[in-house]
Every structure is written in structure tokens, then in C-alpha cells.
Design a binder for this molecule. Structure first.
Ligand code: ADP
Ligand code: MG
Length: 701
């Protein structure tokens, strides 16, 4: 086996006993030599540079200074006891502080002696100090100067307790690199490394851990980033290729009566250019003879449902059935109402199937599906139950993809021998780079235009101290017949606290808006679904004017009359969440408002989020900003997928590399889809190895 060195279990490494091996596995998911080598430093500190103390400023990271020891004192007693030694280099003075190991350092420190000190400076009571610095005497230092860039590794408390702090990890990796058996085989053919001037894989692995200089470090990073992104793309695109090859799709060759009739006689408005373009893109897929798998992105209210409806009508025109699956009962119900209304009079047979569909009706629906008289079925997860059998399902539309696991998507596809076309709709815009990585196997369409006449939601940032004014505004709006959402944050770690927040908020709201003049609904996560539905429906029927809720407000629920959204503790929400919430209002013709309430204390990031919300309603700008602020790991829908556990590349910073890698992967597969050619041998082998190790991949394929 070519990779036997890298595949060696980590416990075989000198210095890793059973206890450490166990921790490495549990804490860092490091099982093999290869995984240990792929545990890259998160930072390097230049140890060839000696700082002048006057040059140290507020945000100086780890530094080295050289100076002589002055006063040595101890302060505090017992557990707060600490040792303080001053060191000066002629330009300034720094306090070196130890809380532990005092007995040991005190012998080393001799006033007047010169040391090189390494550590992270900070300010305390107006004085610079470095806690627990590393000390070296200058002559010793020259001999270790070879390590100019010192690697820093993330560690955990548990690992540290077994000696595996950054230094300990570094030592293990060094042992591995100098081992006699150390060997890393190349996985990119010369053609690629040559074209891109990438250094060899083995050289890259050595220098990513122990770079001699910045230049070689950069080369090592470039090589490993490219490799990481390239193989992900190669795999995604190959999966996509395999799927389109294997799954012959239904051919929807014609546009017939249903589409024409609807378009000319039932549709009361003109499609936007974006809608037309997207429909064209989809139609091309539907004619191609290959199974369609397309992601349709578009902000809330951009008219995705209408596109879905047109696509379903095309299926009907070609003699097939269609279904639309929504993540909640309320949403499914709403889709059913809207679509039934839009198609009423056309003689199309539509039904709704959810968990609460009564048995008798369910039987009827199942019969209709089976004999083909039922043409469009709208529903929830209930659609994918075993006994739901279509006569000939042509297209599946899935609304709000994030709520469904990919497994469920697959289940739907299994319903027929020939896989139906699948259109996944999402109102959470995904930055392009993320979409490329996360949905690299799907085609992607974007509606980037709002129907005409839509007024952007007016968004304001208001401090808590102005609550009275906000309540006054709400009263004015209610007087005009509008409905209002007041949303409280829900942070999982402290559900009880959140509930307390909500209930307290509810009391405040109830005091400010007393019965009988006002009626208030409340929905929160601790309520059972039927209770929630009751409250939601009261609001939908306008029996209440105010809806106090945690973020459980159903995604996509359409209440055109609700035109004010107040978000409490807005600083505690993520950007995409704020955007989703704001999308709940502004669905009618009236001017809508979103009021973001915060305290005075805002972090820089929170301020940036609020400012972004106030300044734009463009979902793509918002999601890009979100990605930049938080990094991809935190974005909705990415965690469970596991594919974004990138070890070195960053889809924001390395966008160029990502695009290049994707294009190259695509070119290679076009020429050699199964990677059978001699020149692609290494690629084939490396993919096989990845597939062997990465079960996570099953999740998205
Ligand atoms: P989404 O599903 O993307 O949130 P919908 O399809 O529910 O958006 O559309 C939102 C509203 O806009 C609906 O009332 C719909 O009838 C209307 N609408 C959709 N497309 C257009 C259009 N081209 N012109 C005018 N109104 C439209
Ligand atoms: Mg929608």
C-alpha cells in the first residue's frame, strides 16, 4: 500500500502512549500519522526578530525582546502569589510575571543578567507585562536560531494536561518528520505542479510545520491549499458527472396547454427578467434527457414559488405528476392555498398531504396519486413516507432546503425508477464560493431581481433607551390596521434563560398594549407544534395584532398584513438570521419597517452586522458579509455537512485558488471522466483514498 506510512496509527509514534493517543483521537480526531501531519499550525511567530520595547503597541502578537533583569519581587499570597521581574532594553521596561513554577524560575533570574524573552505582551495597570514568558540566554539562542518561524498549534485543556500544548504537538510532528520511514507520496501529476509552480507534496508538509523562511512557508501553504480545494472539487464534479450519466431523466419536450393557459389567462402580472431567465435555465435541463438537480436561490419575495409552479405545470403538460415539499405544516398549507388560488378554474387536481391529514382524505389522496388522477401534491415530510406512491412523479420541488437533510432528498428520489427532476429552493442566499463547495454537485440558478413595486423594508437601529418611542410607533401602526412581530433571541445554551427573557418581554409588551384594546400572540420553542399552530393561526386570521416570538417564527410564512418587525437584543442574532427575520415583513403593498433594538454596548462585529442590515437588503451582500465576519463554519447549514472542515484553505481568502481548482478539475473530468488515463492515475488513487477515509462525504452525495 502506497500510503502505509501516513496510514500508520498514531499510537505507533514515539512519544505517543495509549493515553495520549486516546486524547488525540477524542480531542482532535487524529488517528493516523497522516492526520497528525495534516494538523497544521494556525500561526507562526518570527523568532529571528528582536523587538525594541518602545515598539510594542496594543495589538503586538507574540514577540521577542532582549534585555537585562532589574528588580525581582513577589506579590500576593497563597493562590494569588506571583513573581514579577522587570526587564529593560534601554528603550523601555516590561514586567515578566509568573503565577506558577515560581520556585523554579526564581533561581534562574539574576539581576543584571541578559535574557531573550519570548511571549505575548499585554497592558496591566498602565505597565507592559508578559505572563509566563519563555526565557533563553543569548548564546543558547544563537544555536536555536535555525527555527526562524516557530509554529503554533491549537490545543485543548485536556491535551495540555498531558503535555500536548502547542510545543508538545510540535515535538510530536517533528519526531514524525525526522523518522527514518518518513515518506509522503505525490498526489498531483507533474503537469499540474509544473503549470502552477507548486512545490512537491513532501516538501510542503515539512515546511508547513517547520519553515526556514517566509518564502518557503508561503509556497507550502499555496501547495496545500490548492491540493485541498482541488480534490474537493474533483470529487464533487465527478459525483455530479456520475449522477448525470447514470440517471437518465424524464424528457419534458413540450410546453403544452397547462403552461400556455396559465401564462396567458391566469397569471396577473409579467414575470421578472430574472424569473424568465431561471425558467429558461431549468427548461434546458428538463429537455436534456438528464436528471435535473438544481438549486434555486432568491431572496424572500423574489418569486421562487411562481417559478416552481411553472415548472410543475411543464411536468403536467408532459404527462407527469409533480410535488412540492415544505418544511412545516403551516408553510405547506400556505403553498397549497396560494397555488390552489392561482390555478383555480384550470381544472388541475391538487391536494395537500401533511401529518394532520385525516385518514379518509389520505386514502383518497394515495389512490389519486397511484392512479394518476391527482396531479400536484403539496405537503410536508409526509410526502416521503413509504406508502406514498406516485404513478409517475416527474418533478420534485423542495422549499427551504436547510430544514431537510440530504437523506430525505435522496428518499424522494428513490420513489421512482427514473429519478424525478429536483428543484431545491432556498431563500438563504449562499455566497458563490460557499455554494461551489457546499452544493458543488448541484446546478445553480439565482433570482436576483425583485418584482416591481416592492418597497424595501425601512430598517432602523434603535437603542433600548428609546423603547417608549418604539412602542408609540407600534401603536400608530396598529391603529392603521397593521400587525407587528416582536422577536426575542434564542440561544440554545440557555433555553431557560431565553424563555425567561421572552416571558419578561411578553409582560412588558402586555403592559404597554393592554387588553381589550390589543390582543397578543406568543410563540416559543417550548410549545408543542399544535399550540404553536393555534397561536400562528390567530395571528394569520388577524385576531391578534402583535406576535411575540422567539426565532421559531416559521420560515417563509406569508402574512402580508404584518408590516413591522421589532427585533429585541438584535446584537445577539447572526446576520443571516436577521435577514431571514426581516424577510417576514414587507410582503404586502404597504411600507414595512424593521427595528433593531440593542443596548449601548456593542462589539465591533455586532455593530458591523447592524450597520449592514440598516444599509442593504440585498441577501447576497448580507451573506457575503456574514461569511467574512464569521467564517464558513458558522453559516447555517454548513456544520452538519462536515465538508467544510477545511484544514488549510479558506473559501473567503482563497477564492481565487478555489475558482482555479474548480476550473481545472472540470477540464480534467471533461477529458477523462473516470480518471482512467495514465496521466490521471495519481488523481484517481488519491480520490480513492479520500473516499476510504471520509465517510462524511456520503452526506452530500
Ligand atoms: P418567494 O417564494 O421567493 O419568497 P413568492 O413566489 O412567494 O416569493 O412571491 C412573493 C409574492 O410576489 C407573491 O405574492 C407573488 O405572487 C408575487 N410575485 C411573484 N412574481 C411576481 C412578478 N413577476 N410580478 C409581480 N408579483 C410577483
Ligand atoms: Mg417562499
Amino acid at each position: 500500500m502506497i500510503h502505509s506510512f501516513l496510514e500508520t496509527p498514531v499510537e505507533y509514534l514515539k512519544g505517543v502512549g495509549p493515553a495520549r493517543a486516546d486524547l488525540l483521537k477524542k480531542e482532535l480526531k487524529i488517528f493516523t500519522f497522516g492526520e497528525l501531519l495534516s494538523y497544521f499550525p494556525f500561526r507562526y511567530v518570527d523568532r529571528s526578530k528582536i523587538y525594541k520595547i518602545t515598539d510594542i503597541h496594543d495589538d503586538t502578537p507574540y514577540i521577542q525582546i532582549m534585555g537585562t533583569i532589574g528588580r525581582i519581587t513577589t506579590a500576593g499570597s497563597q493562590r494569588s502569589k506571583r513573581l514579577i521581574a522587570t526587564i529593560s532594553d534601554g528603550t523601555g521596561e516590561v514586567d515578566l510575571v509568573w503565577f506558577q513554577g515560581i520556585k523554579w524560575v526564581i533561581d534562574l533570574l539574576i539581576p543584571g543578567k541578559t535574557f531573550i524573552v519570548f511571549g505575548k505582551p499585554s497592558w496591566f495597570n498602565g505597565r507592559l507585562n508578559i505572563a509566563h514568558p519563555e526565557l533563553e540566554t543569548p548564546p543558547e539562542h544563537t544555536s536555536t536560531l535555525k527555527i526562524n518561524l516557530m509554529p503554533f498549534y491549537n490545543s485543548t485543556e485536556k491535551l495540555k494536561s498531558k503535555g500536548l500544548d502547542s510545543k508538545g504537538v510540535s515535538k510530536l510532528i517533528k519526531t514524525l518528520l525526522i523518522s527514518e520511514k518518513f515518506y509522503i507520496s505525490e498526489n498531483l501529476p507533474d503537469e499540474i505542479t509544473g503549470d502552477l509552480k507548486l512545490i512537491a507534496r513532501e516538501t510542503a508538509f515539512i515546511n508547513i510545520h517547520f519553515p526556514d523562511n517566509l518564502e518557503i512557508l508561503k509556497k507550502a501553504q499555496a501547495r496545500l491549499k490548492f491540493e485541498e480545494l482541488f480534490f474537493i472539487q474533483l470529487r464533487l464534479l465527478q459525483q455530479k458527472y456520475n449522477r448525470t450519466q447514470k440517471n437518465t431523466g424524464h424528457v419534458f419536450s413540450k410546453v403544452g396547454d397547462n403552461v400556455n393557459n396559465f401564462y396567458h389567462h391566469y397569471l396577473t402580472f409579467e414575470l421578472t427578467n430574472a424569473q424568465k431567465r431561471v425558467i429558461r435555465e431549468i427548461r434546458q435541463d428538463l429537455r436534456s434527457g438528464k436528471q435535473m438537480n438544481r438549486l434555486l436561490q432568491g431572496d424572500v419575495g423574489s418569486g421562487k414559488t411562481l417559478v416552481a409552479l411553472m415548472i410543475m405545470l411543464i411536468a403536467l403538460d408532459n404527462g407527469y405528476q409533480a410535488c412540492l415539499m415544505a418544511p412545516t405544516e403551516i408553510l405547506a398549507n400556505q403553498h397549497f392555498q396560494t397555488i390552489s388560488r392561482m390555478l383555480s378554474g384550470m381544472g388541475i387536481h391538487i391536494s395537500l398531504l401533511t401529518g394532520s391529514t385525516k385518514n379518509l382524505q389520505r386514502k383518497e389522496i394515495l389512490q389519486g396519486l397511484f392512479d394518476g388522477t391527482l396531479q400536484i401534491l403539496i405537503g410536508t415530510h409526509a410526502l416521503i413516507e413509504e406508502n406514498v406512491q406516485f404513478r409517475e412523479l416527474g418533478v420534485v420541488v423542495i422549499d427551504e432546503q436547510h430544514r431537510f437533510g440530504v437523506a430525505q432528498r435522496a428518499k424522494l428520489w428513490d420513489k421512482n425508477i427514473i429519478t424525478p427532476h429536483v428543484l431545491v429552493m432556498t431563500a438563504t442566499p449562499i455566497p458563490r464560493t460557499l455554494a461551489m463547495t457546499l452544493y458543488g454537485d448541484l446546478e445553480c440558478s439565482v433570482i436576483d431581481e425583485m418584482p416591481p413595486g416592492r418597497k424595501p423594508v425601512i430598517t432602523r437601529h434603535v437603542y433600548d433607551s428609546k423603547r417608549e418611542e418604539v412602542f408609540g410607533f407600534i401603536k400608530k401602526m396598529i391603529k392603521e390596521g397593521k400587525q407587528v412581530y416582536i422577536v426575542y433571541p434564542l440561544i440554545k445554551e440557555s433555553e431557560t434563560l431565553d424563555l425567561k427573557n421572552l416571558i419578561e418581554g411578553f409582560e412588558i409588551v402586555r403592559e404597554a398594549f393592554p387588553a381589550p384594546g390589543y390582543a397578543i400572540s406568543m410563540v416559543h420553542g417550548k410549545m408543542k407544534q399544535p399550540e404553536k399552530d393555534v397561536e400562528m393561526n390567530r395571528f394569520i386570521r388577524k385576531e391578534t395584532q402583535i406576535m411575540v416570538a422567539t426565532t421559531v417564527i416559521e420560515v417563509g410564512v406569508d402574512i402580508p398584513n404584518a408590516s413591522v418587525m421589532v427585533i429585541e437584543n438584535a446584537e445577539r442574532f447572526g446576520l443571516s438570521q436577521l435577514h431571514q427575520l426581516r424577510g417576514r415583513v414587507g410582503r404586502g403593498a404597504d411600507q414595512a419597517y424593521c427595528i433593531l433594538m440593542t443596548s449601548f454596548k456593542l462589539t465591533v462585529e455586532a455593530k458591523k452586522r447592524i450597520d449592514t442590515m440598516v444599509s442593504t437588503s440585498d441577501g447576497f451582500i448580507i451573506s457575503e458579509t456574514d461569511l467574512q465576519l464569521r467564517g464558513p463554519g458558522d453559516l447555517e447549514g454548513t456544520q452538519q455537512s462536515g465538508i467544510l472542515n477545511l484544514k488549510i484553505a479558506d473559501i473567503v481568502k482563497d477564492e481565487k485558488i478555489l475558482k482555479y481548482a474548480r476550473n481545472l478539475a472540470s477540464d480534467i473530468l471533461r477529458d477523462d471522466p473516470s480518471l482512467e488515463k495514465e496521466k490521471n492515475m495519481m488523481l484517481f488513487q488519491h480520490l480513492a483514498l479520500m473516499n476510504k477515509y471520509n465517510e462524511n462525504w456520503g452526506l452530500i452525495s
